[in-house]
Ligand binder design. Sequence first.
Ligand SMILES: Cc1cc2nc3c(=O)[nH]c(=O)nc-3n(C[C@H](O)[C@H](O)[C@H](O)COP(=O)(O)OP(=O)(O)OC[C@H]3O[C@@H](n4cnc5c(N)ncnc54)[C@H](O)[C@@H]3O)c2cc1C
Length: 377
Amino acid sequence: MQKPTLVVGGGISGISAALTLLDSGHEFYLITDNLGGRVRYDPQAKVNYGAYFVMGSYSYACRILTPEALLKPTSVLFHNSPEVSFPLLHPHSLARLPDLTRFFFAMRQFTSHYGPYKERCLIMPQKQALAVDPYLADLFSQPASEFIREKGFEQASADYIASFTFACTGVSPEGLTAFDFLNVSTGLIVPIYCFRFDQDALVRRLGGRLVLDSITRIQSEPGHYCLAGRSGQEYTAQNVILATPACVTQDLLGLPEIRQSCQLYVWHIRAVLKPLYRRYELNLFPPTSEIMLTARQWDGTYLVYSNTAGADLMQVCETFEILCQVAWEKAMYVQGSAYLDQQPAPGLYLAGDHNGLGLEPAAISGIFAANQIIAKG
Ligand SMILES: Cc1cc2nc3c(=O)[nH]c(=O)nc-3n(C[C@H](O)[C@H](O)[C@H](O)COP(=O)(O)OP(=O)(O)OC[C@H]3O[C@@H](n4cnc5c(N)ncnc54)[C@H](O)[C@@H]3O)c2cc1C
């Protein structure tokens, strides 16, 4: 099968690339073994088993994902330990006001740099977009724990912020870069929403351009690429956007170092939570806990996230019945500062969340790759 461009991988990065090409009238196939990738929305249960929320600032990811229920700050309970917990609106927050103020100033500075960086990433590789801004470039290699110490908000971090970033990544600030920590922490200062992913509408939109297959080999030939599918089908194209998870991209291209991934485990349960955890929609736990969060769903069931396989759910439940469980052995590429070249060879583009954490950077990397191809004409 032949087209000018092949997009490999149907997660948010590949879908963003495909829709950008579609809108410009460029011919392509999107070859993937599933649509959504780490977005795994179950339309029957109306529950997300992978990525859980989008931020109000996710203008590119939300071209594909539809924000729904707003997560209210008053519905969140932060747990410091099994004995100590407090909501945001609590006298304890007043004691933390100086620390929280320093955090908000740090966030204000970060977001004023991050917005323009996002826009630059649509038209230049992330590495180049980062190099333009030394403040952001430093954050990319600085450990988050060092940044927190430097800015003087350790106590607010211990009480609130680290629980939030742990809930989003499964990693403590010791394991995150300052860049990822601040990027994720944006969810504490902008509205965040659960979302819906309409896979059927997307399948209709892509029509015959969507091919369900798994690519096992990529070979560079003069002027084009040859790809082999597990189905036995061969594909050729002048351009390839490889929007597979970083570990797959690494295997397919024999790449050197990539950022290390974390593991996440998700349980969807019908449960009676312990009284302390029943009162709030969202319980966020500290990085020392094996349970990261519990999130009440629209129908009264719960999602529980952990970074530990076989975590003991009885820590938070009185009784439970498992409705579904999903193990994400390579959930997010959050550890380290290795960078993947987004344009490693002529006509070959890499998209995904390997250089930036979460749905929005993934979407932007796909749009960037498509923009490069469209610009070639
Ligand atoms: C449990 C969990 C919770 C998360 N929560 C959030 C959150 O709340 N907010 C947020 O912003 N981010 C969250 N993330 C991260 C977010 O899901 C990812 O950053 C994002 O989905 C990555 O998109 P992607 O397109 O780069 O990769 P993926 O979604 O992994 O897509 C890659 C695609 O490639 C396909 N593929 C793989 N190998 C092949 C092959 N050989 N041939 C063809 N196709 C192939 C896969 O099937 C998949 O469709 C979460 C992730 C997990 C696992």
